[in-house]
Design a protein around this ligand. Structure first.
Ligand code: MF3
Ligand code: CO
Length: 251
């Protein structure tokens, strides 16, 4: 069941979204060679608590950390560890921010120092794919229109779309209906209506789409060891098109 949100509820999620986008702004400077992924986790947690926000992922279905930090071939749900980032790595930081019970969810991929031309291109195409999907998030379209637009864009550039993880409705719960796959057929799936709030969060691999899960039961990584990137925004559907709740203003 898709829970439609009122304009007042959307305003509350925008408050959480502003805290979240401010964190991502801070991470642009914080993430550099020499920083460990555990340091990113505590940096985010401290910042959120200072702003009166809670890192919703912590304790969610037993997830032990405030953020997911997925480095290089890790697709998503990477655990923060003592691993120290080095020049040329890429890292996705994903988090869900709770302010007064209302949630905002956004993941962003970052370059660590100087990265290869190939890695830069993967990040660029993944970010563009997210925005191409978001353009389809308008009243009257169907969820499959988002899915299809992303898949077509990504595969035309020689990359692959992860199937096992999808975008999702969100509000007072992290995962609500509808599911938003990043592959599929146009014209299929639920119709997009005013007041829907959901994420678009393609995970894109440089090589094949297949993945494996680490022994920790969470971390997904590419089966072929290729790099993977992800960008995620949370949208609210209005008559005037989608509002990006987790917008960072300049990218
Ligand atoms: N924020 C992610 C999502 O889009 C991942 C949640 S994982 C968990 O759903 F750690 F919170 F469980
Ligand atoms: Co999400």
């Amino acid at each position: 069941m898709i829970i439609i949100k009122t304009p007042e509820e959307i305003e509350k999620m925008k408050v959480a979204g502003k805290v979240l986008s401010d964190v991502h702004h801070k991470l642009r400077d914080f993430i550099k060679p020499g920083v460990s992924t555990l340091e990113i986790d505590s940096f985010v947690e401290n910042y959120l608590r200072k702003r009166g926000a809670y890192p919703e992922q912590k304790g969610y279905e037993g997830y032990p950390y405030s953020v997911c930090t997925s480095v290089n071939d890790e697709i998503c749900h990477g655990f923060p560890t003592e691993y120290v980032l080095k020049d040329g790595d890429i890292i996705t930081v994903d988090m869900v921010v709770n302010v007064d019970g209302w949630l905002a969810d956004s993941a962003w991929s970052y370059e660590v120092g100087e990265v290869s031309k190939e890695a830069k291109e993967l990040l660029k195409v993944t970010r563009e794919a997210m925005y191409i999907g978001i353009e389809q998030a308008k009243i009257g379209n169907r969820i499959g229109d988002i899915s299809h637009a992303i898949q077509e864009y990504v595969e035309a550039r020689g990359y692959s779309v992860v199937r096992e993880f999808v975008g999702h409705g969100i509000g007072q719960e992290m995962h609500e209906d509808p599911q938003v796959p990043h592959y599929g057929r146009a014209g299929r799936g639920p119709r997009i209506t005013e007041g829907m709030v959901f994420t678009v969060e393609p995970m894109i691999n440089m090589g094949e789409k297949e993945l494996t899960i680490d022994d920790n039961g969470w971390t997904a990584r590419t089966a072929d060891g290729s790099l993977s990137a992800q960008y995620e925004h949370q949208l609210a559907i209005t008559k005037d098109g989608p509002i990006i709740i987790t917008d960072q203003g300049d990218c």
